[in-house]
Write a protein that binds this ligand. Structure first.
Ligand code: C2E
Ligand code: CA
Ligand code: CA
Ligand code: CA
Length: 278
């Protein structure tokens, strides 16, 4: 596996985020950003731990702010959620990621690009139209439903009402559901057993804790995944040692700076063209 140069992502200052006036301002700016194509997606490869083959990618949003440079999602997703802009933003993410996957498939063949993981917010998942919207987009771009993996957090998966209805709707559609940041929330065995979840993503705090001599949560999680038939993905792999340990434990797929950082679509396309592996 080889490393690629990191993709810089400048963040807003934390003190700004605490300021209400700045927030209102940011909300207005974000509305403009949506209208004026200032948002873009980076794609981080998800690779097979045993041979480095690309199994898919996770779409991660960025904002090319006209004066502040590139901003990461932690600086504006919370604002988008508070202002309701998260709904059109979520639709934009989905449409852009689906279009990208369809384009890679037509350029590099059906197999090469693998699956597309997209992050959705709690608000997105509560929309009664969420599943229908997903079905319409799959149809529009001619994508098989099992090429899409919707990443949700444990809190979202535990929410009764429309959210859980939508998770079942995704399952019925054939779209896969991934439990993000696994281990940091409130997962119970009941949740894992009863929710329509296909994949768990081991949070990077556990991926990285392995070399610190802390208890191997990653080992417990892989057993859980195997018993419950969930596809295990390890996030935040930064070193060869971490990758080796995860493979030895039975992890199949991983993501992290050790393999590749989130990258622009054309760079990801080059990887697919070159060899399809890292
Ligand atoms: P996440 O879903 O847990 O995404 C993984 C984050 O870890 C990404 O940060 C990624 O750039 C970063 N990362 C990847 N490899 C490594 C590594 O080896 N080490 C370390 N330390 N970090 C790594 P990013 O792109 O800043 O995204 C932050 C969070 O924003 C995401 O966390 C996700 O919850 C949210 N997000 C990103 N894109 C979207 C989106 O399109 N919609 C929504 N609703 N949320 C999004
Ligand atoms: Ca994610
Ligand atoms: Ca995560
Ligand atoms: Ca997260």
């Amino acid at each position: 596996a080889k490393k690629l140069p990191g993709t810089a992502s400048l963040h807003y200052d934390a003190s700004m985020a605490a300021n209400g006036t700045e927030h209102a301002h940011l909300g207005a700016e974000l509305r403009e950003a949506l209208e004026n194509d200032q948002l873009f997606l980076l794609y981080q490869p998800i690779v097979s731990l045993d041979d480095g083959r690309i199994m898919g990618s996770e779409a991660l949003i960025r904002w090319a702010h006209p004066t502040r440079g590139t901003c990461g999602p932690d600086s504006f997703i919370p604002v988008a959620e508070r202002t309701g802009l998260i709904v059109p933003l979520g639709q934009w993410v989905m449409r852009t990621a689906f279009a990208q996957l369809a384009s890679w498939i037509s350029e590099h063949g059906d197999e090469a690009p693998g699956v597309m993981n997209v992050n959705v917010s709690a608000r997105d998942l509560r929309e009664p139209e969420f599943v229908d919207g997903m079905a319409a987009l799959l149809k529009e771009f001619g994508l098989a439903p099992d090429r899409i993996v919707v990443e949700v957090t444990e809190t979202m998966a535990l929410e009764p009402g429309q959210s859980i209805i939508n998770l079942h709707g995704l399952r019925d559609l054939g779209v896969r559901v991934s439990l993000d940041d696994f281990g940091t929330g409130h997962s119970t065995l009941t949740l894992l057993h009863e929710c329509p979840i296909d994949e768990i993503k081991l949070d990077r705090s556990f991926t990285q804790a392995q070399v610190d001599g802390r208890p191997p949560v990653s080992a417990a999680v892989i057993h859980l995944a195997q018993v419950l038939g969930l596809h295990p993905v390890a996030e935040g792999v930064e070193t060869a040692e971490q990758a080796e340990q995860l493979l030895a434990l039975g992890y199949i797929a991983a993501q992290g700076y050790y393999f590749a950082p989130p990258m622009p679509a054309d760079r990801f396309g080059e990887l697919l063209r070159e060899s399809g592996s890292l």
